[in-house]
Design a protein around this ligand. Sequence first.
Ligand code: RIB
Ligand code: CA
Length: 325
Amino acid sequence: MPRKLIIDTDPGVDDAFAISLAALSEDVDLLGVTTVFGNVPLENTTRNALRVLQLCGRADVPVAAGAHRPLVHPQIARAGHVHGMDGLSGRSAALPEPERELEPGGAVGLLVSLLEAADEPVTITPIGPMTNIALLLAAHPHVKPKIDRIVLMGGGVDRGNSTAAAEFNIWSDPEAARRVLVEEDVPCVMVPLDLTYRCAVDTAWLGKLASTGPIGAALEALTPDYLASYRRALGWDGIVLHDAVAVAEAISPGILRTESYPIEVDTTFGPGRGATLVDRRLPGMRGEGEGATAQGAVQVAVDTDVNGLGEFVLGRLTRPTAAAS
Ligand code: RIB
Ligand code: CA
């Protein structure tokens, strides 16, 4: 039975690969895509999501736009310096124009209607700021039994990227992240930077992708700005497909090895704002209330077969599928 999936996203180059990974996987029932501000403003992330689905021949997938700003406090820093000002290395306009219009009810409305209609539990994969998911769970708790897992790309165990302490998706809306990761009781898998950085792919991998056909070539063509940014960050010719690592786990549970930890999210305005505090103390040392979360623990992705994951993603992105539109 295909795995039911909804992706909440801020495309973003790595988001484009992640959306394509799900859209081209025959064992995935991609119920819908919802967009959020993040790498670039909402208008751009939404346009990019529609175009990437059109590229993959998946104009059948409904798309709805969500939050254009965080839940509580402004966070105005986008990531155009990493993904390009249009979110796709300036190449968004090179993608096919979408045939499909946006769904009228907005992201939370689409999430609610898809979850209510689902005849089996759905995996939700937030790969941008978690604003839409926090709003969904706060306003429509009745849909929680329909959620199998929330598999998110975000957070860092020992590091950040937006600050020394905070990863971009969490840093963009710490209050939303805390709502979902700490205050709710929905099973969560957090795929942090510590693991995604280890899953970087090189230009040889990108070259293989580009040689597989029009979709692979179009995805590779979205990477120049992203590659320039990660060439500086990594010190070698590669890119980090953060979001594809999370979607790989969503569509192939267990491809990442996880460990269970209480988590806290720093929503103060100190240097740690947006940090995900993964409590790795020995269980006996976690006094009641200290580091224990209000609701259970989170599965934190800590390891994977890095080469196997790269082959999995490449294989899925190059599967024969509907001709690119
Ligand atoms: O920190 C990496 C995350 O932030 C990825 O989701 C990337 O797309 C950006 O949104
Ligand atoms: Ca993203």
